[in-house]
Design a protein around this ligand. Structure first.
Ligand SMILES: *Cc1c(COP(=O)(O)O)cnc(C)c1O
Length: 387
């Protein structure tokens, strides 16, 4: 039986040739493709600096480290995200807390953020870092988040793993006009891929220099940053504790080639979304609502079941779709309900909007290489299963 995944990569001959070219060149890692890929994305987004790494998880980690996040500090994110958005805080030894989501966009609610900040200030527990997650590719309300960041003095790291190619107001996601840093993921289910890979963008020179060092062992070759005597042309110094989070040139060449089609990918995802919007409007489901300030990259298309209009359970519908060969998925299990986070003191009931959302949500297939026939099959099956 045919299986239609919820998302997948879109690789063409030019992508394959770009990778082969690197394999035949002198540099398969730490070569020129990395910088070309970084410059391409920075220019596309309108940001000054970009640092390519081996995953968005690594990108989030070094972004938190560059923000100076440590064991005395607190990071806030959305419960409706992949665990990596919260884990980056734990890697730095920081405490993690969550801000419940908006019931329409499923992004972190800016009203709840504001309320929580007021209380945190009274209790002396303000966050050092806030990680808004642009869920499904739709930007969070960044103007309000920036305003609150200035008022309460936290660093903003956008987790834009779903959102490269999207916009907020007049800016591309990744411009960092409303944040300190933005992170992208290039996992194959995301908008553009490098197989595994991630990136941090920023407009701040100081952060850029730290990101570069944390990516590669905390080592610098810049004489201005060194302490004491410079021994010779071979000399480098390790001035921080960094990692090997480097991307290979093989991956960067794939990413660079994929960037040629980014706008095409997003346009196709919009076409798929519009067809779903039209064809599914009479089913007992809530379709993805779009904030007027945003242009989504449509990484995900999530439908939410209207419980009072459906006899079958959420689980039953999910299973019937899987049995019909549709690779539905669920984004996301609220992070605070994961055993690891419950052991840190969180409980079911802590963030009720994200929990209710979780009990009704289903991600249905959307990707740029999706054929009309595949989408028609998904629509037809949904109509049958939800009839
Ligand atoms: C995919 C994803 C990540 C992690 O990306 P990797 O590149 O796989 O490390 C982080 N946050 C969100 C919201 C994601 O969807």
């Amino acid at each position: 039986m045919k299986y239609i995944p919820y998302g997948r990569q879109d690789i063409n001959q030019a992508d394959i040739e770009a990778v082969i070219q690197v394999l035949q060149s002198d540099w398969i890692t730490q070569g020129p493709a990395i910088e070309q890929f970084e410059r391409k994305i920075a220019e596309y987004c309108g940001a000054k600096y970009a640092v390519a790494v081996n995953s968005a998880t690594s990108a989030l980690h070094i972004a938190c480290m560059s923000a100076g996040l440590g064991p005395e500090d607190i990071l806030w994110t959305s419960p409706n995200t992949f665990v990596a958005s919260a884990n980056c805080g734990r890697y730095c030894g920081a405490a993690v807390d969550f801000v419940d989501i908006d019931f329409r966009t499923y992004n972190m609610s800016v009203e709840k953020l504001k309320e929580k900040l007021i209380n945190a200030k009274i209790e002396g527990k303000l966050p050092k870092v806030v990680v808004p997650v642009h869920f499904s590719g739709q930007s969070c309300e960044m103007d309000t988040i920036l305003m609150l960041a200035k008022e309460y003095g936290f660093t903003v790291i956008e987790d834009a793993s779903h959102a490269v190619g999207g916009s907020y107001k007049e800016q591309k996601v990744g411009s960092c006009v409303y944040s300190d840093m933005t992170v992208f993921s290039f996992h194959p289910v995301k908008i553009v891929t490098t197989a595994e890979g991630g990136m941090v963008l920023t407009n701040k020179r100081e952060l850029y220099e730290k990101l570069i060092r944390f990516r590669s062992h905390g080592i610098t070759r810049d004489p201005e940053l060194m302490i004491g005597e410079i021994h010779g042309p071979w000399y480098y110094q390790q001035i921080d504790l960094g990692f090997n989070y480097r991307m290979t040139d093989i991956q960067a060449a794939l990413g660079l080639s994929q960037m040629e089609r980014l706008d095409q990918f997003v346009t196709k995802r919009h076409a798929v979304a519009e067809k779903y919007n039209k064809e599914l409007q009479n089913l007992p489901v809530v379709l993805p609502w779009q904030h007027p300030n945003t242009y989504s990259a449509y990484h995900l298309y999530v439908i939410c079941l209207e419980e009072n209009k459906i006899v079958k359970t959420h689980k039953q519908i999910f299973e019937e779709l899987r049995e019909a060969g549709i690779g539905v998925n669920l984004h996301y299990i609220p992070v605070h309900t994961q055993p690891y986070y419950r052991q840190l003191g969180f409980e079911w009931g802590d963030f009720p909007v994200s929990e209710y959302y979780y009990s009704t949500a289903i991600s249905i297939p959307i990707y740029s290489a999706m054929t009309d026939a595949d989408q028609d099959y998904v629509i037809k099956t949904l109509k049958e299963v939800l009839a």
